[in-house]
Design a binder for this molecule. Structure first.
Ligand SMILES: NC(=O)c1ccc[n+]([C@@H]2O[C@H](COP(=O)([O-])OP(=O)(O)OC[C@H]3O[C@@H](n4cnc5c(N)ncnc54)[C@H](O)[C@@H]3O)[C@@H](O)[C@H]2O)c1
Ligand SMILES: O=c1ccn([C@@H]2O[C@H](COP(=O)(O)OP(=O)(O)O[C@H]3O[C@H](CO)[C@@H](O)[C@H](O)[C@H]3O)[C@@H](O)[C@H]2O)c(=O)[nH]1
Length: 440
């Protein structure tokens, strides 16, 4: 099938590449000329495990191409996937300017039937706005051409995006006309050979499903973070509580890990946008408001532990920081809890020696040149001259460190662990003070 993907970020590039991998002819459009140049020169603008090899393979096979030319891109695909950003507006609602601009471009240049598939995360009612934008552009040039608008929200996780796309739990398709549904069935047939994964529904329900999924997952995390803080006060161990409740299949083990708060480009903005959508509909989403407030508070949890142990004035002190990305296996720094901790430590006069296997470059771009932030080449190098170690992202390479060596390198032998990576007895046996989340 001929497919155009508009927006070549995390979702667009992964979707386009995976769709090419199953034999489609995919043209990816982005307005960011640097991104497209990088891709056309064989590079890849993001870190996502497995993606680079897959891009190369499909480019070599002639099934995957990249362009900045809108007209060519619109002419190419019967299916026009919109995968552009929907960042939060000042009031928390989703900013739809990129989605509407992409839709207008389709309306402006289409010469035959198109199915416009919305893959971006968008509030209920957006498909109607996309429909109006395309219709206005067609009317402006006196064209009468059929088109359909479909909602097909994406559920991939960064760091596991290729696998998530290739082996989806479910594929949600919101559509109101049978012609579009048939094309979507044909498109996704290779992804559901073992069992039916396609869930077809009306457009509004599909749009809401995406927010409901992210809001539910964020709720579980905030719930566990609050319970972790309580467990600590009561002398209970949240890791045992987690195992105790996760074994109930009605609860399950996924997304029950307490930490330094959820970050990333999705949960924070999508929780806010759903709260905003509800407000506009005259309803308060009280649970979600609390989820967001609890998450904001949780981002300060390591800073509080640091204050309790080392005092409020940190001038002259240096902190080793393990992990910068908002989660492992990505270089994405959007809404990363590490940024909140770094700002707090800098404001209190401290210096930072940070290590992240892939996100240091992106962190440096966001934080700018700062003589008080040093980016170390290895986790152990980050400890040199540091007073204490704070762990923010659970990269695999942090899981089994040489605690004796950590103790020897730190000025004060203290670890503040925002991800509960260790059995507390292990670092303590090596003579380190160890402060996890929700356990003594
Ligand atoms: N990142 C994720 O893990 C994830 C997962 C599921 C859903 N989503 C949703 O998917 C959407 C995209 O997210 P992302 O993380 O891929 O964003 P991103 O910022 O990585 O990429 C968006 C791309 O769209 C391009 N763009 C903007 N306007 C354009 C236009 N008119 N024409 C062509 N290109 C244009 C930008 O230059 C950018 O490269 C968002 O709505 C997000 O909420 C993201
Ligand atoms: O038990 C957990 C699980 C996650 N997190 C945090 O939650 C955030 C989000 O993690 P994750 O969901 O793994 O990453 P994303 O790539 O943001 O993916 C989410 O957001 C995407 C964009 O909407 C959706 O497509 C995915 O289904 C949804 O999981 C990160 O800061 C994690 O550290 C926790 O604190 N505890």
């Amino acid at each position: 099938m001929k497919i155009t993907v508009i927006g070549t970020g995390y979702v667009g590039l992964v979707s386009g590449t995976c769709l090419a991998d199953v034999g489609n002819d995919v043209l990816c459009l982005d307005l960011d000329a640097t991104k497209i140049r990088t891709l056309n020169e064989g590079g890849i603008p993001i870190y996502e495990p497995g993606l680079e090899a897959m891009v190369k393979k499909n480019v070599a096979a002639g099934r995957l191409r990249f362009t900045t030319d809108i007209e060519t891109a619109v002419a190419h695909g019967v299916l026009q996937f919109i995968a552009v950003g929907t960042p939060p507006d000042e009031d928390g609602s989703a900013d739809l300017q990129y989605v509407v601009a992409a839709a207008r471009n389709v309306g402006r240049h289409m010469t035959g039937y198109k199915v416009v598939v919305d893959k971006s995360t968008v509030p209920v009612g957006t498909a109607d706005k996309v429909r109006v934008a395309i219709a206005e552009e067609l009317a402006a040039r006196g064209a009468k051409i059929d088109f359909s608008v479909v909602s097909n929200p994406e559920f991939l996780k960064e760091g596991a995006a290729v696998d998530d796309f290739m082996k989806p739990d479910r594929i949600v398709v919101g559509a109101d006309d049978s012609r579009a549904i048939e094309l979507m069935r044909e498109l996704y047939a290779p992804f559901q050979r073992n069992h039916e994964r396609l869930i077809v529904m009306d457009v509004k329900s599909a749009e809401l499903t995406k927010y409901a999924a992210n809001a539910m997952l964020a709720t579980r995390i905030s719930f566990m973070n609050e319970l972790a803080n309580l467990a600590e006060k009561l002398g209970a161990d949240i890791e045992l509580v987690r195992k105790g409740i996760g074994s109930d299949p009605r609860i399950g083990f996924h997304f029950l890990y307490p930490g330094v708060g959820y970050g990333g480009s999705c949960f924070p903005k999508d929780v806010q946008a759903l709260i905003r959508t509800a407000q506009e509909a005259g309803q308060a989403l009280q649970v979600l408001q609390a989820v967001e407030a609890a998450n904001e508070a949780q981002k300060g949890v390591l800073a509080q532990k640091i204050t309790k142990r080392l005092g409020a004035d940190l001038s002259g002190k240096t902190f080793a920081l393990w992990g910068l990305a908002f989660k492992p296996n990505t270089d994405d720094m959007r809404e990363a809890p590490s940024l909140v901790l770094i700002a707090d430590l800098l404001a209190r006069g401290a210096s930072i020696r940070a290590y992240d296997p892939v996100a240091a470059h992106e962190a440096q771009r966001i934080l700018g040149e700062n003589p008080r932030i040093h980016y170390a080449a290895t986790p152990m190098d980050a400890l040199d001259g540091a007073d204490a170690l704070a762990i923010v992202t659970e990269w695999k390479e942090f899981r089994s460190p040489d605690f004796e060596a950590i103790k020897a390198r730190l000025k004060t032998p203290v670890i503040f662990d925002g991800r509960n990576l260790y059995d507390p007895a292990t670092p303590r046996k090596a003579g380190l003070e160890y402060f996890p989340i929700g356990r003594l």
